[in-house]
Design a protein around this ligand. Sequence first.
Ligand SMILES: *Cc1c(COP(=O)(O)O)cnc(C)c1O
Length: 388
Amino acid sequence: MTDSYSSRLETLDRTGNLRQLSEIDPQGGYLQRNGISMLNLSSNDYLGLADNEILKTEFLQTINSRDCRFSSTSSRLLTGNYPVYTRLEERLARLYDAESALVFNSGYHANSGILPAVTDSRSLILADKLIHASLVDGIGLSKARCIRYRHNNYEQLERLVFENAKQYNHIFIVTESIFSMDGDESDLPRLVALKRQYPNVYLYLDEAHAFGVRGLHGLGCAEEQGVIGDIDFLVGTFGKAAASVGAFVICSNKMKQYLVNTMRTLIFTTALPPINLEWTLFIVNKIYDMQARREHLDRIAHRVREALNPLNGGICSSSHIIPYILGESERTVDMAIRLQREGFYLLPVRPPTVPPGTSRLRISLNAECSDTDIERLIHTIQHLQQSL
Ligand SMILES: *Cc1c(COP(=O)(O)O)cnc(C)c1O
């Protein structure tokens, strides 16, 4: 290893920013690490379905050995496009009452591939400052010009659209519905109203944290806020609340055809294994009616926000993702260790994932957490907070 690598690692270590892969063994809403059982507050399994024995058993009973394939053998454009892709995409399109859905290997593939495919040097991307890394990478691969607007600052966004609408063929507003790190949300009706004033403005919405969780049938914040039909590219992922793997975009027929012909992260990669797509379809049908889980998650999230939002210096979650901001990385790591000792599996989130000085524990609640778990969590945090 040359020394620049070693010294980079040493710097990361010294500043409390060195990351490590640790082995964990999930067990329902809990997990085991180094033989210690802790409440799992760090997964994205928001509905608590990933380790659900009843669902697993039911799924395995419905699957015959012909559909039980563990490889798709090639890209979707070669021999990888198994019939279950069509069934899943038709189901998604019907759920969203939309023309089309297109499924991808992951949210990372979707976000790093769609923008480079649909933009060129005559396009402008206006992206929220806090969008996910996969979107940042998609923007980096596109030939479009990009301006990042201040987080959820719609006055600035409206001004940027107004000033640039005539100079570009297309403008893409790119944002998330629930933001990964702060747990706050976009005002979708306001974004839709802005987009409607211009014929060449498109709305790209990443619902990774909202799919399965929000809306009467779990379709996301666009369902909850009644704007599904106004989102040009609605992206959802299956690796979080849907307890599977993959992602999708809801879009027009024409756009689907265009993506199939131009999107490199769809064309140049092996399709998902059919067994995963079968499981995804099974879960997508189940979560449609999981209102009780969504309501429980909403209730416990409300309780945790009440306790933590006042400690966070202006960052204000409105969802099931609730940061506990501690500031410096070392202090955050120290608090993570203390809370783990008390039986709560929380992990420090540090720069460059979040801005310097806002290191935090990211509490990501799931529907398997009981009211008792949550009260003990709040009590423990309040107790440790006094000793800071
Ligand atoms: C997790 C996440 C992704 C990536 O999805 P994967 O399927 O895990 O690759 C994309 N966008 C956001 C906002 C996410 O949180």
